[in-house]
Structure formats: C-alpha cells, structure tokens
Ligand binder design. Structure first.
Ligand code: CS2
Length: 489
C-alpha cells in the first residue's frame, strides 16, 4: 500500500524536494487561510527564500504556521503530513511536483481559539499574512470602514477578547502584544483587494477605535500594513490533483494543490520586524504597489470575471474551454485592452505584452479552472475588477461597452438558472438579498438590471446615473436572457 507523505525520504525521483534543512526551521510567519492559493503562492515563495538562505544566520527563522478560521480539513491533512504537501505545476509540456517544506504546523481556530491567540502573541511571529478572500474582511464599500452587519465583525465587536473573524483576531493579537510590551507583527494581506494593506489598516483601526481608542493610536504609530499584489492561477484541487501528486511523489498527499508555472508577487517593503528574502524567490519589493495592483485586478481579474460569467451561462465548464470560443476569447482580449487604457504606466511592464501573456495563461490546456469557481462572490469582486474602471472609462468619454457586457453577464448569472432551466447556487454572501430583489421581477433586461442596480452599496452613482450606459446593460442583458446566445459581435 502506498504510504502517506510524512517525510522526505524515499520519495519518487520525480519529486523536487525542499532545498533547506527543515529541522532547523523556526516559526516566523503565521498565515491565516491555508487554502489552495496560499499553498500555491506565499508558501512556495517562502520555501524558495528559505532555500536561498540555507546556511545563512537568520534564514531559518521564517518557517510558517498556518491557521484556518473555518474548516479543519486542510489543517488536519497538513498536520498528518508534518506540514508537507505537493505543489503540482502544470503546463502542456508536463507536470512538475514540488514538495513544499516551509510549513511547520497548522491550527484550527474554531476548534481551539486560545491556541491561535497564543500564537498571535508569540514574539517569534513577526508577520501575520492572510489569504481569506474578499468577503472575510467585513469591508463596507459605501463607508470605506467596517461593515457592522458582517457576522464576524458584529460578533467580535460584542466579544473582542474571544474573536472568530480575521479583524477581531488581528486586533486582539496586537492588543495583547501592546499590553505585554511585545513588538507588533506586520499584517500582510494577500487577497485580491485594491490597496489591500490600506483597506486592512482602515478596518483594523476602525475596529480598534471602537473597542479601545488608545490601542488604535498604538497601531497607527507602530504597525505597518504593506499592500501586495498576488498572482497565480490556482484551481481548486480535484481527484486528478491527488492522483498525479501520488504518482509523481510516490506518496498519498491529501493537501496537494495544482497551479500554473507563472507566479507574481509585488510587495510594499514596509515591515515592523523583518521579513524573509522573498526577492530571492522572485518577488518584487517596491515602495508603492498600487499601479501593479490595478493592472492585475482590472486586466487579469476583470477579464477572468467576464469570461467566467459569459462562459458559465454559455455552458463552458473551464476557462480554457471559453478561450477556445473565438468570439469570447476576442472579447476577453478587447476587455484587457480597454482595462489597460484606464491605467497609469506600470513600472517595467509593457501592457500589450502583459495582455498577450494573460491570454496564453487563460488558454493553458493543462489548467482546469472552473468558470463556476471564478463566478463566485460577484458582489465582492465586481467593484475593483469592473465597476471602478467602468466609471473611469465613462468619465474619460469612453462608452465602457465591455463593462456593460460584463455587468450584464453577471446579472444574467445572478438569476441562478442556466440556459436549460436548471437552477444553480449563486455562492455569494449577498445571494439572499439578490434573490429577494429579483423575486417578483419579470425576466427581461430592463426590469432585472433596474432591480440589481438598486443593490445597496454595489454600483456607484456615476454608473447608475449614466442612462446611456445602464440602457446598454439592459439591452445586453435582454439578449442574454432571451436566448442565452451571445450575438455581441
Ligand atoms: C480569479 C482569481 O477566482 C477568481 O476570482 O479571478 O482567483 C485569479 O485566478 C487569481 O487572482 C490569479 O492570480
């Protein structure tokens, strides 16, 4: 019987092993949200930085502990495997298996909240990084501060010493450190939010200001919140992931993930207490990440969402299938060019070449990235990916047609019924609100778009008050509702 992946001896020669001494690793990073994206990005970048620093005095101080704030599976599998897991890198030329050794231990916050709080106040932990998805932050787009109706935020404000959400844990961790005279950790957001560090800072300060204004001041004075741009296309793991990981390593691995060869990480170099040499692993350390972030959110993620909604309604399972549809692929490219036109120059990047590279990445036949996965959480993704650039394009005198198509596609998707009349789950934190808004609305473009445009806090007035643009959305939505085909060209 095949053994479980628990150590590094006796693996198949096709497995690439960590190039540093794991026994010498000490914890330095606590990561919240050990999902597939983290295992394809922050962890392997850190692994590569550790390999570079091998033998150097402080290199081994950046081992990672992870904590899940929700489900236990990944954390349990990682612990059963002594933190080891396989990252498959897939391309049409073949699949490589990299065993990642940077993770030391995994925690499950709901099961043992005291342990996570204790880890947050350990002086050895100098960075707390996060990949928790947009919806976990509790950000209210209308006020720019905390969403007081967000379940975690409301619970944590009511019981700040026993938190359950990201902001509550960060504030409690920083509070304990201040009280004990321990230097703060650096919170490092790695989620697809614009100015993710600045947003996180605003939320943490808003929360701290409500429970202890002195703490808010201390955080303001002592804690940097660097923003980052993260990029690596990482589909959810499937049976094929586990099967190939087993074949290439010779070990059963229930924490295996798969990803593409491309990876990018741009990080603002402001840390309270040191950091790994991520630049040795290819990360770009900069003063201001905003230009990179906007480029990635608007060109990659904007086109991704467009393809996901149109593709899903058209019956395509994976992004690579949508890219085989010549019309939709052309639309995606046109969208990228339109998004590029809203950007300031991005240091060192040729935006035409970037768009070409994105087209090739989306078309990667070895990556099975579900349209349904990307279509998730639209209300959390639309603003930064589509609505902000749409508003800027309109203000610059453009018709913003590609955004009208994308928004119409999201609205069609929000109906929750496919072309064959089969219902599907929306998987959006505002799904119930959307369903209620649409309950008695006739299924035509004008009525459905008018209803969804009233969803509080989602669409900026600059868009909803532009009658030519809202009419364009309504017309396109009507076409999509009527026959589900895309006579857009
Ligand atoms: C995708 C992203 O699921 C989504 O919404 O657009 O996860 C995308 O794959 C990553 O941001 C790529 O870096």
């Amino acid at each position: 019987m095949t053994e479980r992946l628990t150590g590094l001896t006796g693996l198949a020669p096709s497995a690439k092993l960590p190039a540093f001494d794991r026994a010498a690793l000490k914890p330095g990073i606590l990561h919240l949200g050990p999902g597939a994206f983290f295992r394809a990005h922050v962890a392997p970048y850190t692994d590569a930085a550790l390999a570079f620093a091998r033998g150097a005095h402080t290199g081994g101080d950046w081992g990672i502990e992870v904590a899940s704030l929700r489900t236990a599976d990944v954390a349990d599998h990682l612990n059963e495997q002594n933190g080891l897991y396989t990252m498959l890198v897939r391309d049409t030329a073949g699949t490589e298996a990299h065993v990642i050794g940077a993770i030391l231990k995994a925690h499950v916050a709901p099961r043992d909240p005291a342990v996570l709080l204790a880890r947050l106040e350990d002086p050895a932990i100098r960075i707390v990084s996060l990949t928790v998805t947009e919806k976990a932050y509790g950000f209210d787009a209308t006020t720019g501060g905390l969403d007081l109706k967000h379940a975690d935020i409301a619970a944590d404000l009511a019981s700040r010493h026993a938190p359950r959400g990201v902001i509550g844990y960060l504030v409690e961790g920083l509070s304990r450190r201040r009280d004990k005279g321990i230097a703060p950790f650096t919170p490092l957001s790695c989620d697809n939010l614009p100015s993710n560090g600045a947003v996180l800072k605003r939320l943490v300060l808003d929360f701290a200001g409500r429970v202890d204004p002195g703490l808010g001041q201390w955080i303001e004075n002592n804690v940097p919140f660097p923003s980052t741009m993260v990029d690596r296309i990482t589909p959810a793991s499937t049976d094929a992931t586990y099967r190939d990981a087993e074949q290439l390593t010779g070990r059963i691995d229930l924490a295996a993930i798969e990803t593409e060869p491309f990876a990018q990480w741009v990080i603002e170099d402001r840390f309270a207490n040191g950091r790994p040499q991520w630049e040795k692993a290819g990360a770009l350390m900069v003063e201001d990440v905003s230009a990179y972030e906007k480029m990635k959110l608007r060109m990659l993620n904007g086109a991704h969402s467009l393809l996901a909604y149109l593709g899903y309604i058209a019956g395509y399972e994976f992004i690579r299938d949508v890219m085989d549809d010549v019309g939709l692929a052309a639309l995606a490219h046109r969208h990228m060019n339109a998004a590029a036109a809203t950007l300031d120059p991005v240091p060192g990047i040729d935006l035409d070449a970037y768009a070409d590279e994105l087209m090739a990445r989306f078309a990667n036949k070895a990556i099975a990235h579900r349209t349904y996965q990307i279509a998730m959480d639209g209300t959390q993704k639309l603003p930064q990916r589509l609505l902000e650039p749409a508003a800027e394009a309109l203000a610059a005198g453009d018709h913003a047609e590609t955004y009208a198509i994308a928004v119409a596609a999201w609205m069609r998707y929000a109906l929750g019924v496919d072309r064959k009349g089969q219902p599907y789950e929306l998987r959006d934190p505002r799904a119930a609100e959307i369903a209620a808004l649409l309950a008695d609305v006739p299924r035509n473009g004008g009525a459905v778009s008018a209803a969804l445009f009233t969803l509080p806090g989602l669409f900026p007035a600059t868009l909803t008050e532009n009658l030519a643009w809202t009419e364009d959305v309504a017309n396109k939505l009507d076409i999509l509702i009527q026959d589900g085909k895309l006579p857009l060209f």
